[in-house]
Structures are given as structure tokens and as C-alpha cells.
Design a protein around this ligand. Structure first.
Ligand code: SAM
Length: 311
């Protein structure tokens, strides 16, 4: 059953099964140890690949599957149907983790997984507006049912200084000032409404970077992180998750760029200052060449994990 906020309007369902390949799958299982059974939370269930493997590991494993994206939740609900009531679904941002968890699970959770960022299903759906490689509406919301501010609205209404800050801090874009100025100047002639308009504007505004990297890559990352408040979400999750773990419970987080990884690394370092937690992957784990060949998206992944002490 999917738990919904009372005001929620159900959108059209997704088409077809997930095209997302779970990243560092064996490494996630090694960190979480679901074969011992217990309560697990997948805070970013996405296409359900990690979730399926967690549920497969033991018939005594139960899973709470969270995603803020309704379509992802529907896809994973179909995929995980064979596990029956061993899995429950929650449509919520993971910043609401504590309120999403059934009361009897609090303090009894054996493992929590957060696999940040976007799934291939989201990136490849042009109507979601995440990709500069195909034309689509400039949306970028992970949860269009609850988030009011699309990328187009944010670009139309934000000040030049605010846009510059997002591009610099979230996109790590060195031409942030130039791009922010160009976006605001463009408004005189009409708002940016399509991904191709934003990608073209950036391409016209800044020099071509290293070969193979589209000049709009960093701009799209910066705007997407701003639209979804992604870094605030991660901080809120990292604050709440350690509190609800059982003794010997593990929190595993997978990042896809340095901004995410820095937040995780700092937070885990703080948690491990007390004797309550131990860093089980001190340097983090990255994908091996064979996985990168099979799934290029794994190239930038880094998995980190901490574990609560056993007593
Ligand atoms: C990389 S995908 C997860 C893929 C999944 N592990 C699998 O095996 O298919 C990330 C998912 O996290 C979700 N997500 C991102 N930020 C979120 C947040 N703050 N709260 C809840 N879900 C979030 C996205 O909607 C997306 O479905």
C-alpha cells in the first residue's frame, strides 16, 4: 500500500519497468547485511533494484521503501509485489524519514540505504526536464505533485545574485556570473521554458569545456539541486537516520558528486566521534572497472557506511 498525503492528486502512472541499473549492488549488500533479517529502509527506492536484492537476502527481512517520486514508487511497487507485505511504500522526501517510519520500527532498524540523485528512469524521461541532451519542459522536480517550483519558474523569478550563487555552489560552475546574467537578460525576450533553450543559452554564453562534457552540465546540476533542495534533504536525512538505527544497525549512503559526498563524509566523521558509531568504509567504496564498463553511471559513485555499536 502506498501512503499518501491527504491533498495528493494521483498523476498518470509510469510506462514500463525500470531501466535503472543499481550501482555497487554487492557492496551495498556487504555493508547492510540484510541476510541476517530485520527491518530495513530504502530511502530512495527508485527502480527498486537495491530493494529487491535486500528483500531477496532473507525471508525475515522487511523493507520500508521511500521515494519522493510517485512514478518511481509505482514502478518499484510492481517490481516488489512478489514480496507481499514484507514491503511497505511511502511517498515522501527522505527528510521526513522519522515521521514515515512505523512507530514500532524506531530504534529497531537494521539498515538504511540512501542512493542519492536521479535514476535513469528520471533522466531518460524527456518530460521530466532533467536532461540537456533532449528537449523537454524545464521542470526538474522530483515530486511534481507537491513541489511548486519548477526549474522554469525558478529561472523566471529568482534574482541574478541568487541564480549566480546556485550555479557556483551547487553547479560548481566557474562561469556562474556570466550565465546568471545571460538568464536574467533573456527574460526581456521571454522566459526560458524548455531544456533546449537553457542548454543553447549556456552554450552561447561560455567557452566549450573539456572534450565530451557539454557546457550546460554544471548549470543543469546547479538548477536541479536548487529546485529539489537536494543538499538540505541530505543533511536532514543524515541528522535523523543515525537516531533510529538499532544496535549494530548500518547507515549506507551513495553519492554521485563531491558536494553530496562532502556532506556525508563530514556527518559520518561527527557521528564516529562518539563511541556509538564506527565507520565501516573509512575511504568509501567506488565501482570497479568492470562495473563502470557495464554501467557508466557507476563511474562517479562513492558508497560510505557507518554502523552503530552492538551494545
Ligand atoms: C539513484 S535513484 C535510486 C535507485 C535505486 N537504488 C534502484 O536500485 O533502482 C535515486 C532515487 O532517489 C529519489 N530521491 C532523490 N532525492 C530524494 C529525497 N530527498 N527523498 C526521497 N527520494 C529521493 C529519486 O526520486 C530517485 O528515484
Amino acid at each position: 500500500m502506498i501512503l499518501l498525503a491527504p491533498t495528493y492528486q494521483k498523476p498518470e502512472g509510469p510506462s514500463g519497468p525500470s531501466r535503472h541499473t543499481p550501482v555497487l549492488l554487492q557492496e551495498v549488500l556487504d555493508a547492510l547485511r540484510p541476510d541476517e533479517g530485520g527491518f530495513f529502509v530504502d530511502a530512495t527506492v527508485g527502480g527498486g533494484g537495491h530493494a529487491e536484492a535486500i528483500l531477496h537476502a532473507s525471508e525475515f527481512t522487511r523493507l520500508l521503501a521511500i521515494d519522493r517520486d510517485w512514478e518511481a514508487l509505482q514502478r518499484s511497487e510492481e517490481r516488489l509485489a512478489p514480496f507481499g507485505d514484507r514491503v511497505q511504500f511511502v511517498h515522501a522526501p527522505f527528510s521526513a524519514l522519522e515521521s514515515a517510519i512505523p512507530a514500532e520500527w524506531i530504534g529497531n532498524i537494521a539498515g538504511i540505504l540512501a542512493d542519492f540523485g536521479l535514476s535513469s528512469d528520471q533522466i531518460e524521461d524527456r518530460e521530466r526536464g532533467f536532461s540537456f541532451q533532449v528537449d523537454g519542459p524545464l521542470d526538474m522536480r522530483m515530486d511534481a505533485t507537491r513541489q511548486k517550483l519548477s526549474a522554469a519558474k525558478l529561472l523566471a523569478e529568482s534574482s541574478e545574485d541568487q541564480l549566480e550563487k546556485w550555479l557556483r555552489e551547487f553547479g560548481e560552475e566557474r562561469f556562474s556570473r556570466r550565465i546568471a546574467h545571460a538568464i536574467v537578460y533573456q527574460r526581456r525576450f521571454g522566459n526560458l521554458l524548455r531544456t533546449s533553450q537553457l542548454a543553447d543559452l549556456v552554450e552561447r554564453t561560455i567557452p566549450r569545456g573539456r572534450q565530451g562534457i557539454h557546457p550546460a552540465t554544471r548549470t543543469f546540476q546547479g538548477i536541479r539541486i536548487a529546485v529539489n533542495r537536494e543538499l538540505d534533504e541530505i543533511s536532514a536525512l543524515l541528522e535523523a537516520a543515525p537516531r533510529i538505527l538499532a544496535a549494530a544497525g548500518t547507515l549506507a549512503c551513495m553519492s554521485f558528486h563531491s558536494l553530496e559526498d562532502r556532506i556525508v563524509k563530514r556527518s559520518f566523521r561527527n557521528d564516529c566521534r562518539s563511541k556509538d558509531f564506527q565507520d565501516v568504509l573509512p575511504k568509501g567504496v567506488t565501482a570497479k572497472p568492470a562495473e563502470i564498463r557495464r554501467n557508466p553511471r557507476s563511474r562517479s559513485a562513492r558508497l560510505r557506511a557507518i554502523r552503530r555499536s552492538a551494545s
